[in-house]
Design a protein around this ligand. Structure first.
Ligand SMILES: Cc1cc2nc3c(=O)[nH]c(=O)nc-3n(C[C@H](O)[C@H](O)[C@H](O)COP(=O)(O)O)c2cc1C
Length: 369
């Protein structure tokens, strides 16, 4: 192992959370849990990655117990005895390999379409109502709805703790419900949950506080956020470091332990005048550990995937990533597609077996395990 690569394979400790390596598996929706229940193949899928050098698995988005939380077919639930029993099998298998795992708790918000499981008659729920051709396609959430969704996240976190998960990740990114509240493009509310970014953050702050209250002081809470939205890759919540600091402070104070800063390319500076990426700035501004993510281990061809039309410069090398990790720009490195196609990606990097790493292809999305 060359010295820089070692940086990825150092343990990480935060309170009671001890990770064997700095490699995090990024959450990736897979639609392989019919009826919302993780099955034996799902268990094997996560076990394989934990067995091969991944220190922390963040599961695919898994829906909290609210009728409009889900937006896609065969997404695993994080409520109901059957689904939680399935997740318990996953937890036990990951732990048996020495890995750690947190569920990514998810509510898709206004992205949900009528006809989606589990109740086809339920429309999307979002910060603001949307009407199309005289029909309500997005129900604008009342304060009662807000309270119910927050309670569902808190319950899911409690259940995560009960089945032995090592923490939770709250999905506050990519234009799903929590992010829809943050984003002016989807939050036109005139009550205390709308207004400027500080006011639009109220929903997330209350949600984090409720999760913290549900799990107690020592259970890790990871919060994933992003500037980009699946509805608009160029969207930005903040344009300066100062604004970023003001945005993150109340979230941090509400009880976040680790920020998962979702970018599509880890090497891109977040603001002019510094090389720091979003995770770098977030670490510096909040003093909390951060996870970076975005095209780690991918070559140029596949950078276009999920990226639409914007021009992408040559990808940065793994050396670039390791230098940043060594300088403690961030603490942990999440890897998505590279780990999807090759469960052994981390150990191959560790052992300098780059030539054996399987290249990403869309076919990988169909892999069952
Ligand atoms: C198939 C697929 C499914 C994804 N599902 C989720 C998800 O459920 N939750 C989430 O926060 N991000 C999701 N993402 C984004 C990834 O977590 C990650 O941030 C992104 O793929 C960039 O990392 P990568 O370049 O290493 O793949 C998904 C990405 C892919 C490719």
């Amino acid at each position: 192992m060359t010295a820089p690569v070692q940086a990825l394979f150092q343990p990480f400790r935060l309170g009671n959370l001890e990770l064997p390596t700095r490699v995090v598996m990024a959450p990736m929706t897979r639609s392989f849990s019919p009826g919302g229940v993780p099955n034996a193949q799902v268990v094997e899928y996560y076990r394989r990655r934990a067995a091969a050098g991944v220190g922390l698995i963040v599961t695919e988005g898994t829906t909290v117990g609210h009728k409009a939380a889900n937006g896609y077919p065969h997404v695993p639930r994080f409520y109901g005895a059957d689904a939680l029993a399935g997740w318990k099998q996953v937890v036990d298998a990951v732990h048996a390999e020495g890995g750690k795992i947190v569920p990514q708790l998810w509510h898709v918000g206004n992205v949900r379409k009528l006809g989606t499981e589990p109740d086809a008659s339920v429309p999307g729920y979002g910060p603001s109502e949307k009407i199309k051709d005289g029909n309500v396609v997005v129900h604008g959430m009342t304060k009662q709805d807000i309270a119910e969704v927050i309670a569902a996240f808190a319950q899911a976190a409690r259940d995560a703790q009960a089945i032995g998960m090592d923490g939770v990740e709250i999905h506050g990114a990519h234009g799903y419900l929590v992010d829809q509240f943050f984003w002016a493009g989807s939050n036109q509310r005139s009550d205390e949950y709308g207004g400027d970014l500080a006011q639009r953050s109220r929903f997330a702050i209350e949600l984090i506080q409720a999760v913290r209250a549900a799990v107690g002081p020592d259970f890790p809470i990871i919060f994933r956020f992003s500037q980009w939205k699946q509805q608009d890759y160029t969207a930005r919540l903040v344009t300066t470091a100062e604004e970023l600091g003001a945005f993150l402070k109340p979230l941090s104070d509400a009880g976040v332990d680790i920020f998962h800063c979702s970018t599509r390319r880890f090497w891109e500076p977040e603001f002019e005048g510094s090389d720091l990426n979003l995770a770098g700035w977030t670490r510096q501004l909040t003093g909390k550990p951060t996870i970076t993510v975005g095209s780690v281990g991918l070559d140029g061809e596949f950078l276009q995937f999920m990226v639409n039309t914007d021009k992408v410069a040559e990808p940065a090398s793994l050396e670039n990533l390791l230098e940043r990790l060594n300088k403690q720009e961030f603490d942990l490195v999440a890897v998505g597609r590279a780990l999807l196609v090759d469960p052994d990606w981390a150990v191959k990097v560790r052992d300098n077996r780059e030539q054996d790493i399987l290249p990403f292809s869309r076919e990988a999305l169909k892999q069952l395990v």
